[in-house]
Design a protein around this ligand. Structure first.
Ligand code: ATP
Ligand code: MG
Ligand code: MG
Length: 565
């Protein structure tokens, strides 16, 4: 909660004290809000959310919750051709996964009629005009974007003609791009957002919710401020790229003499090693560079959930980042650190041998077996213990043994010793076998119980490092068909700066291992942890719902592995 009690977000205006409210609108607004904070999270339902949205969700919902206010989830559904039902569902699911419950779910499309009426009113006030320029002409009129835009030839047509033409747009008399409605703001301004931005476009496409009712759809610069106004948003929190748009936002509310919310901008999350743009992520999915929107190499929220990252780690990450008023790329280690801190004391430590090599201990009998108990987590006895069996033959990780080790290699090598985690004595490598290609097929060791080759030498912890293993005896390990191991998807740290990001893709980001071995306790323990986490998630969702308007505890500690494979 330091996110809201310190720094920029602690200094925003109190909801009843919005300095912008005109006295004549103030009473009605306050009667409605009762002095509470109202915020909104306004995603476009045109793709799955990514980690950048987690930051926006935490700020939008968290700010309202911290002040006992309300946050809307508003689907900004003004582009019928890009929207799909699954995105709506997934967005709500992810908001809830992060532990927030919308005060209300709204849709920009709910307001299509009101927005149309506003546009007619704006036109009648002489503050909007219908333009027939094509895109090139419009772009050319803006010139370099640095000043002196050319007025559109339709800018000064009479009000009645504009009202008639706008109605004609609505009635479907114009093809797409044949006409648009533009605000008539200020061509002498230094801010290009004031150069008569578009309010309505013709689009002949059925809408997810309004069907074929509309042939025209409002633009963001028109719909967003007015929906904020209609919903009595007190703090319209958004990202820095909207700073210049604030002028037209405010102009529009004033032009229509409606309640004018206060917009505040904070930095957008940019994360090292990836880009956060739905459009580019879509390209990765559609071109098959990854296997779907929840591929663990992506930073979509469904991918992060699938990786087993608990929502508490996401909230911790955002909180530790804080809000900043300038964009900068965040190092991936900061995200990983937040995950580690969150999982440190709750994640089970269980053995998976990815590329098994057989290891045989010579100085014990063939039928030798020792029942061991080890803690699921060495520092958290409450997580319980699992049983495993130490036998004459075990499997260890291929990489834990080197024939010719470099000087700093402290795992197993000829003449060196290690401890098989959980077992009472170290083992020392006395020999190894290879196949025709020189690949190690078996490692031979002796158990150091005081009778082994190094006599009664005493081992201390620092003399030998500990490695993981599973028993080689049938029934004492479980073979896994396939283990997928993911490395970064991009070669560079900043794929968004590479001209064509497709050339930056790491061709070996997915490694598949066949025949990995698990310790037998793995499945029961994993199942139990997932069950506990799901129960915790249900509890959290219920709590979020019943406290939707109450204070937030952003440090909630549920480790939710919901949806984990
Ligand atoms: P994208 O480019 O990925 O489509 P967007 O901004 O167009 O992102 P929206 O669905 O419109 O996506 O975003 C909903 C909200 O999330 C907006 O308020 C937006 O500012 C915020 N948001 C999106 N990306 C980020 C980010 N990387 N960091 C912080 N907030 C973000
Ligand atoms: Mg957007
Ligand atoms: Mg976008």
């Amino acid at each position: 909660t330091s996110l809201f009690s310190e720094g920029f977000l602690s200094k925003l205006h109190k909801p009843g004290e919005n300095p912008q409210i005109k006295p004549e609108l103030k009473e009605k607004h306050l009667a409605w809000t009762k002095g509470r904070v109202f915020t909104r999270f306004p995603p476009e339902p045109n793709g799955y959310l990514h980690i950048g949205h987690a930051k926006a969700i935490t700020i939008d919902f968290g700010y309202a919750k911290y002040h006992n206010g309300c946050c809307y989830l508003r689907f900004d559904d003004t582009n019928p051709t890009a929207e799909e039902g699954v995105y709506f569902d997934s967005i709500l699911e992810m908001v809830r996964w992060l532990g927030f419950e919308p005060w209300k779910i709204t849709y920009t499309s709910d307001n299509f009629q009101k927005l149309f009426d506003f546009a007619v009113e704006l036109t009648k006030r002489g503050k909007a005009f219908v333009c027939h320029c094509d895109q090139e002409t419009m772009a050319a009129a803006k010139g370099s974007g640095k000043g002196n835009p050319q007025p559109c030839p339709h800018r000064d047509r009479p009000v009645e003609e504009n009202v008639r033409e706008f109605q004609a747009m609505k009635d479907g008399k114009y093809p797409e791009k044949g006409a648009c409605l533009r605000m008539k703001i200020d061509l002498s301004s230094g801010n290009p957002y004031m150069w008569d931005p578009v309010c309505y476009r013709v689009k002949d496409a059925p809408h997810h919710r309004t069907g074929t009712t509309w042939k025209i759809y409002p633009a963001y610069d028109f719909a967003h401020p007015l929906c904020d106004s209609l919903e009595n948003i007190t703090h319209s929190l958004c990202t820095l790229e909207f700073i210049d748009a604030r002028a037209s936002y405010e102009w529009l509310c004033d032009a229509l003499e409606v309640y004018k919310p206060r917009q505040y901008e904070t930095a957008r999350l940019q994360l090292q090693g990836t880009f956060l743009s739905k459009r580019k992520i879509r390209t990765l999915v559609e071109k098959g560079y990854v296997h779907g929107w929840d591929d663990p190499r992506l930073f979509t929220l469904i991918a992060l959930r699938r990786r087993g990252i608990p929502p508490a780690a996401m909230l911790r990450f955002v909180e530790e980042l804080g809000v900043s008023l300038s964009n900068s790329e965040i190092k991936l280690v900061r995200f990983e650190h937040a995950i580690r801190q969150t999982l440190e004391l709750s994640a089970a430590r269980l053995f998976l041998v990815l590329e098994p090599v057989k290891l045989t201990i010579t100085n014990v009998a063939d039928e030798y077996s020792l029942e061991l108990e080890k803690l699921i987590h060495p520092k958290v006895p409450d997580l319980g213990k699992v049983k495993c069996t130490f036998t004459k033959s075990v499997y260890i990780e291929k990489d834990d043994f080197r024939v010719d080790p470099p000087a700093d290699f402290n795992r197993l090598a000829p003449g060196k010793s290690v401890i098989l985690i959980g077992s009472p004595f170290p083992i020392t490598c006395t020999d190894f076998k290879t196949d025709a290609e020189g690949k190690v097929t078996e490692i031979i060791c002796a158990l150091e119980d005081g009778t082994g080759p190094s006599g009664d030498r005493k081992f201390k912890g620092k003399d030998a490092s500990a490695i993981h293993w599973v028993s080689a005896q049938p029934g004492r390990h479980v073979e896994v068909d396939e283990v997928r191991y993911f490395e970064p998807l991009f070669k560079s740290d900043d794929p968004s700066k590479v001209d064509n990001f497709e050339t930056d893709i790491n061709p070996d980001s997915l490694k598949v291992f066949k025949g990995a071995l698990l310790e037998p306790a793995f499945y029961p323990v994993a199942k139990k942890l997932i069950k506990d986490a799901k129960a915790e998630a249900v509890k959290r969702t219920k709590a979020a719902a019943s406290f939707a308007q109450d204070g937030v505890d952003a440090n909630t500690s549920a480790g939710v592995a919901q949806g984990a494979p």
